[in-house]
Design a protein around this ligand. Sequence first.
Ligand SMILES: [Zn+2]
Length: 375
Amino acid sequence: MPEISSTVPSPREDTVPRKAVDENGTANTPGTLDRKRRTTSPSTNGSPVKRAKTAAETRKKHDKFWFSDGNVIVCVENYLFRIYCALLQSKSPYFIELFSQPDVETNRDVVDGCRVFTLPGKKKHFTALLDAIFGTLLLSEQTPSYFTLSCLLRAAHQWRFPAYEAWALKHLEKEWPSALDEYTVFPDDPEPLHKYASSVIVLARSCSTTALIKAAFCRLMWQPSLDLSATPDALTSDADHYNHDVVEWDRDDITLTREDLAKAIRLSEYISGEWQAISSKPPSHTFLSDKKVLHTVVGKSCDQILKRIWHPLVTESDFAAHTWDVIDNLRELIQTIDWEGQGICETCAKKCRDIWEETRVLIWKGIDEMLEIET
Ligand SMILES: [Zn+2]
């Protein structure tokens, strides 16, 4: 086996898998480590100790991405992919560098006459990349699943496929936008997106992007205990979506760093505090009690009406219980409640709505500061 550390271009530092890489450059998944330990540990019943399998013996050809006339083999997590050198090079500077390295005669790793390049990384990420290049990911009429998009983004970032990185990010940003007017929380059915919130934060961090961070943190606020007790099993994928591979999540796909957990807690306190300040008492702007203005109800200014209706309509409302969702709660005040129907004059209602919208924008910007996102 070649000394892989000297032949593989360094992956981006931020994407180097945290787990160990063995002497063959293969990332040790917990499964493979366990197998090795079992085959090398002394037998307890006195029978001869079995010889440990070498990495070459445990490798297997991938069912789908093994082209009989492929001219190079890439090995990821002990899966061999026989593919076309020039196609990968045409899209990735990483593979230009990798495949351009001189073929050293000694310690050559060759299978079926093709050089084998063993890369650290995850098979599910690499298959997303190969499905984009050789398969149907980009051609399917089905919307790609979050699983597939996240695998493609990780692979494209790690192995430097800038066009695919941009493509995956663009698709993810549709559901995880940074712009206030594109962000909704789906309060009636928060489950489908919100359950991915922590994994989107982990994904964005590992791919050095802040594009998805804001929506992900805002939706994380909907998750009980900030998702601390979530397991990979919680992230099953929608069968209606396109999946490039078997959906399998790892714990490190959903585990937030201490820094991000601290940010989540600070954000929760910030937005809850803002909503508390808004919802606990009716607005007291001077225009609401301006005697020179003709308000709707004879003999009453709008501040008097607000004092009567604010608690039942706002403070005690169902949506107000979502203290972590000040952005959408303000939208309720602006769009859903019929203030004019409650006796508030048109002028005061419009001014209040404008102020709430300004507040909403300010809080949305405040979230950037809270999360240390530079805009
Ligand atoms: Zn008024």
